[in-house]
Design a protein around this ligand. Structure first.
Ligand code: ZN
Length: 245
């Protein structure tokens, strides 16, 4: 056995033991991990696990009924790289599974691959300090443009772009979108949303949002199933945000 294989087995076995003895984790989930003798790296929709041998296995999480699922060898390299990304960023001791940047990974657009930062800087970077990102995921908000032919299509266009963003940017974009519910209790102000977002990159939209002072709601509550927040009317002198130039 190669030295590195030995180290991988040691780390995965150690993490497996820690996982199955962690009483804050759901008992049926711990039992499954113990039965499979494989450490989960990624939960859903496909659960990807690594065995002490370094082998990746997976099963469809949604069809898990509490028993032992049918696992298969995970042969999709993109899925394996994604699982490594989440596994390592959640648990840095698993870095041993991947000592260099996977060949199909993308260099982090935010830190330009420097990674290895510690503390709040690593936490705030899209790559969480790793320097690389899983393939086809988490694209640069500067390169993602929301574009459609009319207000009726705007929510679909936003949705398409949203799926390619990291969770942090997804959350920030959703916050901008929410402004268009808050002002109109009858539903989405799609015209306003369209004017605000169409033909802009996600980076532009978020930068413009950062310029706005964070308003405190005058009132909030719930009518039926609709939650609402009421804000003061925007300052009419501040027309910059609606200026499409
Ligand atoms: Zn980064």
């Amino acid at each position: 056995m190669l030295m590195i294989d030995h180290q991988i087995a040691e780390v995965v076995n150690q993490e497996l033991r820690a996982f199955v003895s962690n009483t804050t984790i759901d008992p049926s989930w711990r039992k499954l991990v113990s039965d499979l003798q494989a450490l989960p790296l990624l939960g859903a929709p496909i659960c990807v696990l690594v065995r002490p041998s370094g082998e990746f296995v997976s099963f469809v999480f949604e069809s898990w009924n509490g028993g032992i699922p049918v696992v298969r060898l995970e042969d999709d390299e993109a899925v394996r790289t994604e699982a490594l990304f989440y596994g390592i960023t959640d648990n840095p001791s698993l870095r041993i599974l991947c000592l260099s940047i996977p060949s199909n990974a993308a260099i982090c657009w935010q830190c330009h691959g420097t990674g290895n930062q510690s503390g709040p800087v690593a936490d705030s970077c899209t790559c969480r300090g790793l320097g690389w990102l899983p393939p086809n995921r988490h694209l640069d908000p500067k390169s993602l443009i929301i574009a459609c032919s009319g207000p009726a299509m705007i929510r679909g266009a936003i949705n398409e772009v949203r799926q390619q963003l990291s969770p942090e940017f997804r959350k920030r974009l959703a916050k901008v979108e929410r402004d268009f519910i808050s002002f109109k209790l009858s539903g989405f102000d799609v015209e306003g949303l369209y004017r605000r977002m169409n033909n802009r990159s996600v980076a532009q939209i978020l930068a413009e949002d950062d310029l706005k002072p964070d308003p405190t709601p005058l009132a909030s509550g719930q009518i039926g199933e609709v939650r609402y927040e009421l804000y003061d009317a925007p300052d009419p002198r501040n027309t910059r945000l609606d200026d499409p130039s």
